[in-house]
Design a protein. Structure first.
Length: 431
């Protein structure tokens, strides 16, 4: 399984599912017998996600697993890899080394997976594993294709989801994600100027190129290739085509490659996650945080975007510092601003040490929230002498529509950040 190269992301979305709070939870749904390690709320959420995935897969695969009357699919999400291996060994099974973090066993029909600390990634892997299991049980003749591009690519494409705690939407294009499929696919293909033959067999071994190939086939170019993907790539005709052959079969190579390139460039997420567990919610809010109170969770806007507007909530919550990023270089060099009534405070950090601070009066010192607008201004100044890599920057700051002025900062992108828990950001706008 080439999913092995998809990294487990650290951080904890809800700030409450600490590993020592996890417990074994069993949930029965119409189609699944789920055993998971997490909080009660989290595992029950997985059960809803599983049922939503079943419905979507019936539509995509035009088939359903052959299950005896009264039986359910068995899905197990262990606390870690060691526990998963022990669980499989108890069933007399040995899990392939590369099958991380999810493996479908054709012998007993069970999906064996393990989670990391990230709640978002764990939920993504519930979808991922469900695709492997569903496909394996309704396409028995294709079980030799356990590493096929269209099986894992479909799992990767669908596992990027939107979740509000009650309903899941699969295969979305969010503003940020803990696994940055578009950026990694673009990098694997050689960057923005990748050549006219992006789909050679060597490249199709990359899991992120798998994601790109399947998502493009399903939704790219107005969805006109979706039917062909279902017919050929999923083996409805028994074709079992290679990734390169399938993509070339879509039309004249030059034309399809142009469509693919334009689609992939347009698919890039506007925010990149620097640290922490972040999630784009269906209602437009962005939620993020870290499992460790002293760690700064950060997401930054990517070029060419230079304007950010966001509402900071919970200004009077002493343990939570949710901020905007006025400039980000790395984890030790940045400028961030947060509400600390009666002020909006901007901290300058250099080499991991706070070296300066600026304070601006909040328009409403009694408010629990403030809407912050930032504009990164163009500067033509040269590099600071003796610091060749550093150029000065400037950001226009406005609070609740009131112009505050320009703040001299380091050069770097805008963004959002939180320390001490989980923050909710609403009214997020950028350009």
């Amino acid at each position: 399984m080439r999913i092995a190269s998809i990294v487990l992301v650290g951080g904890l979305l809800a700030g409450r599912a600490w590993a020592d709070e996890w417990k074994r939870v069993e949930v029965m749904t119409p189609h699944y017998e789920l055993i998971g390690w997490g909080t009660e709320e989290e595992v029950r959420g997985w059960s809803v996600v599983l049922e939503g995935t079943w419905v979507r897969l019936e539509d995509v695969l035009q088939a359903r697993p052959k299950v005896e009357v009264g039986k359910r699919l068995s899905f197990r999400m262990y606390a870690d890899e060691a526990a998963r291996r022990e669980g499989a060994l108890a069933a007399g099974l040995g899990i392939p080394t590369a099958a991380q973090p999810a493996w479908f066993s054709p012998r007993d029909g069970v999906l064996y997976a393990f989670r990391g600390e990230s709640e978002v990634f764990a939920r993504m892997m519930v979808v991922y594993g469900a695709v492997l299991q569903f496909h394996g049980l309704c396409k028995e003749k294709n079980l030799d294709l356990d590493t096929a591009w269209y099986v894992h690519g479909l799992a990767q494409a669908l596992c990027v989801h939107a979740w509000d705690g009650k309903r899941v939407e699969l295969g979305v294009s969010p503003r940020l994600c803990v696994v940055d499929y578009p950026a990694r696919a673009l990098a694997a293909l050689g960057g923005k100027a990748f050549g006219v033959d992006p789909w050679n067999e060597e490249r199709m071994r990359d899991p992120y190129v798998n994601w790109a190939a399947v998502r493009f086939a399903l939704v790219g170019a107005g969805g006109k290739y979706g039917g062909k993907y279902r017919k050929l790539a999923l083996g409805l005709t028994g074709s079992k085509m290679s990734g390169a052959d399938f993509l070339r079969s879509l039309g004249r190579e030059k034309d399809v490659t142009k469509e693919f390139r334009e689609w992939l460039l347009g698919e890039q997420y506007p925010f990149g996650i620097e640290h922490g567990d972040w999630e784009d919610r269906p209602d437009g809010r962005v939620v993020g945080g870290s499992s460790k109170a002293d760690e700064l969770a950060v997401a930054v806007l990517r070029d060419p975007r230079t304007h950010l507007g966001v509402r900071l909530e919970g200004l009077k919550e002493p343990r939570l510092v949710n901020s905007v990023v006025l400039a980000w270089q790395d984890a030790k060099n940045y400028v961030i601003g947060h509400g600390a009534p009666p002020f909006f405070v901007v901290d300058f950090v250099r080499d991991g040490v706070q070296v300066d601070q600026a304070r601006f009066a909040l328009p409403d010192t009694t408010a629990e929230t403030v809407f912050v607008e930032l504009d990164r201004l163009e500067t033509k100044a040269g590099a600071i002498r003796k610091q060749v890599a550093e150029r000065p920057g400037s950001v226009r700051l406005a609070l609740d529509g009131q112009e505050i002025g320009k703040v001299a900062v380091y050069e770097g992108p805008l963004g959002i950040a939180v320390q001490g828990g989980v923050a909710v950001y609403s009214g997020v706008v950028f350009r």
